[in-house]
Design a protein around this ligand. Structure first.
Ligand SMILES: [Zn+2]
Length: 289
């Protein structure tokens, strides 16, 4: 079950994993990632996790020595890790819970706290501190929720009217979101250069409002990637190729062809791509060229 849970408030404390499970906030008693990746628990199990409250860099599951807690094999994009990747691609929110054992100033004093919905805005793989590949997910908290640690008011619950049968239907259970399309001067520029045609397939979508293309950042914006919003770090792509690029289905070689398909991409003279950004994107999942 994706999204909010009926009768559970953001900020609510649960005494145990069993209680989280029984209330359907996080199904399962051991794993950090619930079935379908609908929720996660941060409890300090992974040394590579980063918790900045509204922003989390979360480590996927697997490959860990249960005795020492250290990584001993590479993590794979299967199970809960694949489920979180799917939620990224489909734009599904993830319920986040923090445990009292978490080494973070955002951890509750004890038990587990449901901290509301987060969106996965990128995912990648890298060598963790123990030298094995781990999958990582950047989660950003959705706006419009009470500040972390504060319990949602009754008023925030938006009881959306009582039906003629006297039952209350919480509309909150219908929260869905999709991938965010950002607009920027750089994005407009790159679309102009290519006349809204995808640099990979040449397609421009014709809409009644005019041609449509998307600006794709090669090295992702924001922590921890900190890619720049500059012309040498963007591509003009159709939505299909944008999704394939961001989800690591395709990558570019240093010679500007698509590694996975061999297609050459179109590059205009005034568009100088920075090879370091292209390498950075490949290295997010260690693609060999
Ligand atoms: Zn395309």
């Amino acid at each position: 079950m994706i999204g909010p849970v009926q009768n559970v408030k953001v900020g609510q404390i649960f005494t145990s994993r069993r209680a989280l499970h029984d209330e359907n906030v996080h199904r399962g008693l051991m794993r950090g990632i619930a079935p379908q990746g609908s929720s996660i628990v941060l409890s300090g199990g992974y040394i590579d996790d980063i918790d900045e409250g509204e922003l989390i860099i979360y480590t996927g599951e697997g490959g860990r020595d249960p005795e020492t807690g250290r990584q001993r094999t590479d993590q794979t994009l299967t199970g809960g890790n694949a489920a979180l990747a799917k939620n990224y691609v489909e734009g599904n929110p993830v319920r986040v819970n923090r445990g009292g054992n978490l080494d973070s100033k955002f951890a509750p004093d004890s038990g587990y706290r449901y901290d509301g919905l987060y969106m996965i805005d990128s995912y990648w793989s890298k060598k963790g501190r123990d030298g094995f590949a781990i999958w990582r997910y950047r989660l950003v908290r959705l706006e419009g929720q009470p500040p972390l640690g504060q319990v949602e008011d009754e008023g925030d619950q938006e009881d959306i009217g009582v039906s003629s049968f006297g039952t209350v239907t919480p509309a909150r259970s219908n929260v869905t979101t999709s991938r965010v399309i950002r607009n920027s001067a750089v994005g407009n520029k790159v679309k102009q250069i290519y006349d809204y045609k995808c640099q990979i397939c040449g397609i421009s979508l014709e809409t009644p409002a005019g041609p449509y293309a998307e600006c794709c950042h090669i090295r992702p914006l924001g922590k921890p990637h900190n890619g720049p919003d500059t012309l040498d770090n963007v591509l003009c792509l159709c939505p299909n190729h944008h999704v394939l690029f961001d989800s690591h289905a395709i990558h570019l070689s240093d010679e500007f062809y698509v590694v996975e398909t061999g297609e050459e991409i179109r590059i205009e003279r005034e568009h100088n791509l920075n090879a370091e950004h292209i390498q950075y994107h490949r290295n997010l999942v260690s693609v060999k060229t």
